[in-house]
Design a protein around this ligand. Structure first.
Ligand code: PGA
Length: 251
């Protein structure tokens, strides 16, 4: 039985004041005991969020990190070792905004994935197709290639300590959500791809759905057999909404 997970990607939002309010709101949520909950603030707010949620059962992760685990002369970067030292547990790798806006290639994503694990943290590998690719019937091949960029280089075993997030690019921040059936089709394919190399591991790896998840659609999405929770952007900036999504994952 896979333990559901709900992750909140705060993207580049928040000030110390609004983050304090969000922490306060999160601390008031009744969160289901059977769900892993994590939030991913802007890096300059990580310490504030770690301190603010210390009494709570909410893990904290980073939205990005350097491609190597060791410290070094990489101006402007943050090493995953430094994130681990701070108390983070997760790092998002390969979010579509990193891929499209910052030009991160599959190789960059794979390097970050490896660096995160080398630092003892858990990567959340994001994969997903654009609208153009979906319309061209390329969804499964695009997602499969993104996954294979990591499996081919590092081996399937790395997914014993990783989470996958399927996020169709056309559904991110657009209000357009994949239907539960559309998402399930891709999730099942991702799991089958892992099962082709390790069937036991495939049953335990968590695959989250992301793309305009909100309280109103979460239960239907999380009810699908291969959807193990969500990676939530916009709706995670509202503590009540995020709390409701977490409860949907627990029911
Ligand atoms: P969204 O973002 O929930 O606002 O669509 C999801 C994400 O980017 O992870």
């Amino acid at each position: 039985m896979r333990r559901p997970m709900v992750a909140g990607n705060w993207k580049m939002y928040g000030t110390r004041t609004s983050v304090a309010e969000l922490i306060g709101g999160l601390n008031q949520q009744a969160l289901p005991a059977g769900v892993d909950v994590a939030v991913f603030p802007v890096s300059v707010h990580l310490q504030q969020v770690l301190d603010g949620l210390a009494e709570n059962n909410i893990a904290v992760g980073s939205q990005n990190c350097a491609f190597q685990s060791e410290q070094g002369a990489l101006t402007g970067e943050v090493s995953p070792v430094q994130l681990a030292d701070l108390g983070c547990q997760f790092v998002l790798v390969g979010h579509s905004e990193r891929r499209s806006v910052f030009g991160e290639s599959d190789r960059d994503v794979c390097n970050k994935f490896a660096a995160v694990q080398a630092s003892g943290l858990i990567p959340v590998l994001c994969v997903g197709e654009t609208l153009e690719q979906r319309n061209a019937g390329e969804t499964l091949s695009v997602v499969s290639a993104q996954l294979d960029a990591v499996v081919g280089e590092l081996g399937v075993g790395v997914f014993a300590k990783a989470v996958i997030a399927y996020e169709p690019v056309w559904a991110i921040g657009t209000g357009l959500t994949a239907t539960p059936q559309q998402a399930q089709e891709v999730h099942a394919e991702i799991r089958a791809q892992i099962a082709s190399k390790d069937s036991v591991l495939a049953e335990s790896v968590r695959i989250l759905y992301g793309g305009s998840v909100k309280a109103a659609n979460a239960a239907d999405l999380f009810g699908m057999p291969d959807i193990d929770g969500g990676l939530v952007g916009g709706a995670s900036l509202n503590a009540d909404e995020f709390g409701a999504i977490c409860r949907a994952a627990g029911s």
